[in-house]
Design a protein around this ligand. Structure first.
Ligand code: PEP
Length: 257
């Protein structure tokens, strides 16, 4: 079965943004994205306090909005956590789960990331499941074993139909926020590995969108997005400047032509 020809570019604002500056950024991104072809999808994952603002400014535009994490629980006595259903109340489409910063600073295990993914799907969100290896793991030849374990912990909890709807983001930890990007061929090799793992879950699952993340900038995006198994990007730092983010979206469109 031939794969869908679509690209997806999602911004991860991390813990950045203030209400005034967000207004300009969201408005500019919505305006710029309206000129893109419809097979280039665009999203921004904002801090939860800005979901209402995102909904107000992006509704009716082609840009979807999302959260950067969800609780593994549907609700209850979990102080500080945000349930996937709460995000749905604000029209959210995407939920990043298992970002390396959460795995590292909040000790999120592969099993917890799996449970969060399942919760997001049950609530009707599209999970963007992040996987990636540290520099030490890469240098010791453990990349496939590490990301394979991270992905397996998610896939084992999902039906084939559910798995076909996830997005997977390969984000080598050594490339996030460091200015070091994986070489396009290096990233493609890992994406091809991930695609094979998805294929093992089912033919339809192999069509899931696979994003690359880690210091994607306007000047390296096109080459990365031109790789056969790279369906777009998860963009951190460069998503905070509308000009850069839109240039990356434009690179996704160019890669489709
Ligand atoms: C990220 O945080 O998901 C990310 C890819 O960050 P950056 O683009 O800044 O490396």
């Amino acid at each position: 079965m031939s794969r869908q020809r679509a690209k997806l570019v999602v911004g991860n604002w991390k813990m950045h943004g203030r209400i005034d500056e967000n207004a300009a950024l969201l408005t500019e991104v919505a305006a710029g994205a309206s000129a893109l072809q419809k097979d280039v999808r665009v999203g921004v994952c904002v801090p939860c306090p800005y979901l209402a603002q995102s909904q107000a400014l992006l509704s009716g535009s082609v840009v979807k909005w999302g959260v950067q994490d969800v609780s593994a629980h549907a609700g209850g006595a979990y102080t500080g956590e945000v349930a996937a259903e709460m995000a749905v109340d604000f029209g959210v489409t995407y939920a990043i789960v298992g970002h390396s910063e959460r795995r590292a600073y909040h000790r999120e295990s592969p099993e917890l990331v799996g449970a969060k993914t399942q919760r997001a799907i049950e609530a009707g969100l599209v999970p963007i499941v992040c996987v990636g290896e540290t520099l030490e793991e890469r240098e010791s030849g453990a990349t496939e074993q590490v990301i394979g374990t991270q992905l397996d912990a998610v896939l084992m909890l999902l039906t084939e139909e559910q798995a076909a709807g996830i997005v997977v983001a390969y984000e080598p930890v050594w490339a996030i926020g460091t200015g070091k990007t994986a070489q396009p061929e290096q990233a493609q090799a890992v994406h091809a590995f991930l695609r094979r793992k998805l294929q093992e879950k089912g033919a339809t699952v192999a069509n899931a969108l696979l994003l690359y993340g880690g210091s994607v900038k306007p000047d390296n995006a096109r080459e990365l997005f031109a790789q056969g198994d790279i369906d777009g990007g998860l963009i951190g730092g460069a998503s905070l400047k509308s000009k850069d983010f839109l240039a990356i979206c434009q690179a996704a469109q160019t890669a489709l032509q």
